[in-house]
Design a protein around this ligand. Sequence first.
Ligand code: SF4
Ligand code: SF4
Length: 295
Amino acid sequence: MIVAVASGKGGTGKTTVAASLAWVWDRPVTAVDLDVEEPNLHLFLKPEISGCETATMEVPVADESKCTYCRACSDLCQFKAVSVLGSVLLTFPEMCHGCGGCIAVCPEKALSAGARELGEISWGRAAGRIGFFMGRLRVGEAMSPPLMRAVIAKLEQIRKEPAPDVIIDAPPGTSCPAINAVLPSDLILLVTEPTPFGFHDFRLAHEAFAPLGKPMGVVINRAGLGDQSVQDYCRNRQLPILAQIPFERRLAEAYSKGHVLAEALPDMHTTFTELMAGLRGSAEDSRQREVTAHA
Ligand code: SF4
Ligand code: SF4
């Protein structure tokens, strides 16, 4: 089972939930930080890092001495990452999406494959039992989805059979990186807070992820703040609220010290154990609905 922990906005407690969920998980599990622009899951799980590598993406490198300025490459590229201006051939590797099309269409073999560094992938183990993977985007790199895909590819490459469950800490928001992070999941866990901003962005996230057709559950963090808008919204759309984390000083203190809530506070251990059971129940309900639909 792959669970993506997502949120409409940053600061709702998504990483707090992902870390505690991994902590209480009672089957082999790997925690994956795909919030590659600002990874912070490691600050809580404190993994021992055992491997690290640089991730790259293929970009064109020009040999202008072979170029006839036919424009086949620039006509093809949708991102203006290769251009022909009269008798000048220009490449802009930072704008390239790595499709390889320009290299394939060049009749003179004037373009060949080079590499652009995306960032770093590292992996290890936390608490001796939780597998751990994370990506960290290179400073100045604008595109995070290629690095996120590289992290997942590395996870697939080195994880052992039987495959452990996976908990993904997704980037916040509803843009391309967030969608990319939840795509590999079987179930999306939306973390929100009951404030006007939290509710607004939670709704956006639900509307963005709903077309993917994956089962979704909700965690309300800082419960007790704000009003009942999140609860009403969930009730009207049959979105199960699987856990509520109270707005209490002792939780904020544990967080500020980099503690995993489920490790530091016994009642939180119970809350997250129940959340784990709720997720499995939601996954099973969804599977049953699929079986019934196909019967
Ligand atoms: S397709 Fe090849 S030959 Fe044509 S303009 Fe591009 S690099 Fe030059
Ligand atoms: S590899 Fe694709 S995106 Fe990159 S420059 Fe070539 S055509 Fe454009």
